[in-house]
Write a protein that binds this ligand. Structure first.
Ligand code: 5RP
Length: 235
């Protein structure tokens, strides 16, 4: 369904990117409602999370301690007055909230469009509840390449050959020094591909997130907010 915005007495169609931004904001605002006083919160990376940070700050929860998955998120969170600590300082997190590039009907995710998937996966796994927020175009019937990779720089050409078709992305190294690349072949069975990528020497981590990592998926679109239960219990 086409969306529109009122301008005086006329309605002008919203562009796809305007609609997408509005939906990202809606999902982020809904997820921010889950934040309570004293929580230890993992913050993802990306344009959806950029809407989440002010929504969390606006809740003015007391004693909130956050872990950021990227320098960009850390800077934005600090600028909003949120307290940011290292993951090792906080240990287990009450909740982590992050975006996704693709979400399939079984709850498999592709993440890492921003190259932060290694830190994002560690933070998701450290959280008792991991919440994914997305605009509706991220929900797909089946996952398709690219699958983001983070590679050790040593022997990266050999690693890429072993993962062929795969190529380096023209972006800076991760804050942990890893090279950002993409697997560009078929996916077919995400579990089998995840096992293959994890077993390839030189792969630090990949952007396939197993359904068992995710507790809740919030997808906002023209029809409102869809909340899907993930395979990880929301405790
Ligand atoms: C960054 C990520 C992001 O969550 C993913 O790329 C979605 O980004 P956006 O919210 O900008 O659409 O995994 O590494």
């Amino acid at each position: 369904m086409a969306s529109s915005r009122a301008t005086g007495r006329q309605r002008t169609p919203l562009s796809d990117s305007e609609s997408s931004a509005r939906h990202k904001q809606a999902a982020a605002t809904a997820a921010a409602e889950l934040i309570e006083d004293g929580m230890r919160v993992g913050l993802g990376t990306g344009s959806t999370v950029a809407f989440l940070l002010p929504a969390i700050a606006a809740r003015k929860c007391k004693g909130l301690l956050c872990v950021a998955t990227s320098p960009a998120t850390e800077q934005a969170a600090l600028a909003l007055g949120l307290s940011v600590r290292s993951l090792d300082e906080l240990g287990e997190l009450d909740i982590a909230i992050d975006g996704a590039d693709q979400i399939d009907p079984q709850g498999w995710l592709i993440k890492g469009g921003g190259g932060a998937h290694t830190r994002e996966k560690i933070v998701a796994a450290a959280a008792r509840r991991f919440v994914v927020i997305a605009s509706e175009e991220k929900a797909v019937s089946e996952l398709t390449a690219p699958v983001p990779l983070e590679l050790l720089s040593f022997g990266a050409a050999r690693t890429l050959l072993a993962l062929s078709p795969a190529s380096l992305r023209a972006v800076p190294a991760s804050p942990d020094g890893g090279l950002i690349a993409d697997y560009e072949g078929p996916i077919e069975d995400p579990g089998a591909l995840a096992a293959r990528l994890s077993a390839t020497p030189g792969v630090i981590d990949h952007g396939l997130f197993v359904p068992g990592l995710t507790s809740t998926i919030m997808i906002a679109g023209e029809q409102g907010l869809e909340v899907r239960a993930g395979a990880k219990p929301s405790i």
